[in-house]
Ligand binder design. Structure first.
Ligand SMILES: Cc1cc2nc3c(=O)[nH]c(=O)nc-3n(C[C@H](O)[C@H](O)[C@H](O)COP(=O)(O)OP(=O)(O)OC[C@H]3O[C@@H](n4cnc5c(N)ncnc54)[C@H](O)[C@@H]3O)c2cc1C
Length: 410
């Protein structure tokens, strides 16, 4: 039977981060990934020259784990303008971050999403949170995001027209039942960095990370079927033993391999990609639907940041809905947002992602233990705050523990 020091199961951002830290320490490792490429939920596919991310997601440059691990220059990041354009009735209004773009001051103060007092509350919140560490935020008293916004004094109008679509697009749930700890963490990350896309799409992120690793240690198209007695069994046959095993799949796949883990919940999302010829003005802003009766939650135009994401002269719109509806209804809602120009938009693909984000309404404790038993680690975004940052953090923590030769908690 073949043997290696550490086996990593799953090559999403958590598994890759673990591999990268082990590699830096010249530790012996092997990673098995079921799919044809690394990246897991961060994936870009090229369809007829269009680079389509599997579901709209942004890279928050302030993520501390990403800053420590990823080569931002190689990613060639470009950012959306801070804030969002919000559709209210039949008009767009603009909510910016005047501290970063003073030019947005008057538009933001006049934005119809809330009162002047609401705008001041945003600034006060930003100031308070800038001095708090992520650890402080995770130790803060916990309630739902919706309740926390009310406790901070935001008006119902501000919550309905701005926070609900803005945060709904991040938490992938519109009730805002997500933990207030996640709310504060995400707000801090938006405030301290940019919401960016790499050239080539989000999939470039795992690609760049994987390129730093020895190719022969990444075994693609190799699903693991079973974990037993310090060894893994491959679905296609073969058994490899290891001193340490790191299970770096999503929560559901982890439970399939380790039935003692709790049954995870997920938030899903529906994403439609469209192509068109005439650029949309202000495409480098995130677009939110602030109308009460909405199907489309948010729209982004990735080619406004990176024109090479589409063939020359063509543009992309990525449309996110939090509930599923027929394409005709999505198109009708898009028409209310962008007018009849959308009649010429060509539908490219629908991504229906049922297991997009772990549902952890209570982040208590914020970080779940990552060592299931001695020598067996369980990592990924389902062990912390559901985000790329947690995926990377748990990968690092497992690697550090392995390198120390101790346990995750030691
Ligand atoms: C539409 C969408 C929008 C998102 N938006 C954001 C955002 O804006 N900001 C943010 O921070 N996060 C966002 N996320 C979440 C973020 O993408 C995830 O938190 C992160 O990618 C999780 O990484 P992971 O390594 O923990 O898990 P995964 O990416 O799920 O990786 C697990 C890997 O394990 C592999 N695997 C599974 N079973 C096996 C097996 N038996 N054998 C071998 N391999 C196996 C899978 O193929 C996969 O590659 C979004 C996610 C989606 C889908």
């Amino acid at each position: 039977m073949a043997s290696v020091q550490t086996i990593i199961i799953g090559g999403g951002m958590a598994g890759l981060a673990c591999a990268a830290h082990l590699e830096r320490a010249q530790h012996d490792w092997l990673l098995f990934e079921a799919a044809d490429r690394p990246g897991g939920r961060v994936r870009t596919e090229v369809v007829d020259g269009y680079h389509l991310d599997r579901g709209f997601q942004v890279f928050l440059t302030a993520y501390p784990e990403a800053r420590a691990l990823l080569d931002y220059e190689a990613l060639q990041l470009r950012s959306f303008k801070p804030g969002a354009r919000v559709r209210l009735g039949n008009r767009w209004t603009r909510v910016g971050d005047p501290l970063r773009r003073p030019i947005d001051l008057f538009a933001t103060l006049g934005a119809r999403v809330g009162s002047l007092a609401d705008k001041m509350r945003v600034l006060g919140w930003k100031r308070r949170i800038s001095t708090a560490s992520p650890e402080d935020l995770l130790a803060s008293p916990e309630t739902t995001a919706a309740e926390a916004l009310r406790q901070m004094g935001f008006s119902e109008r501000m919550i309905e027209t701005f926070w609900r679509p803005f945060l709904g697009g991040i938490f992938l749930e519109s009730e805002l039942r997500t933990s207030s700890r996640m709310l504060h963490f995400v707000f801090k990350m938006f405030g301290e960095g940019e919401a960016a896309l790499p050239a080539g799409g989000m999939g470039r992120m795992p690609e760049v990370l994987a390129q730093t690793l020895p190719f022969n240690r990444l075994r693609l198209n190799t699903p693991v079927g079973r974990i037993s007695d310090g060894a893994v069994e491959l679905e296609q046959g073969g058994r490899i033993s290891a001193d340490r095993i790191v299970l770096a799949t999503d929560g559901a796949a982890a439970q399939a391999l380790l039935p003692d883990l709790p049954t995870p919940g997920f938030h899903g999302v529906i994403c439609d990609h469209f192509a068109f010829s005439d650029p949309v003005p202000y495409g480098d802003w995130l677009h939110l639907n602030g109308n009460r009766r909405r199907l489309v939650n948010n729209v982004a135009f990735p080619t406004a940041l990176h024109p090479t994401l589409a063939p020359e002269g063509r543009h992309l719109a990525t449309v996110t809905c939090l509930t599923e509806a027929p394409l005709s209804q999505v198109c009708a809602d898009l028409r209310t947002l962008f007018g009849n120009r959308t009649d010429n938009w060509k539908h490219l693909r629908r991504d229906k992602i049922q297991r997009a984000l772990p549902a952890r309404p209570h982040l208590e404790p914020p970080h779940l233990p990552i060592e299931a038993k001695p020598g067996l680690f369980v990592i990924g975004d389902h062990r912390g705050l559901p985000s790329l940052n947690s995926a990377l953090a748990t990968g690092r923590l497992a690697a550090e523990s392995i390198i120390r030769g101790g346990t995750a908690g030691s």
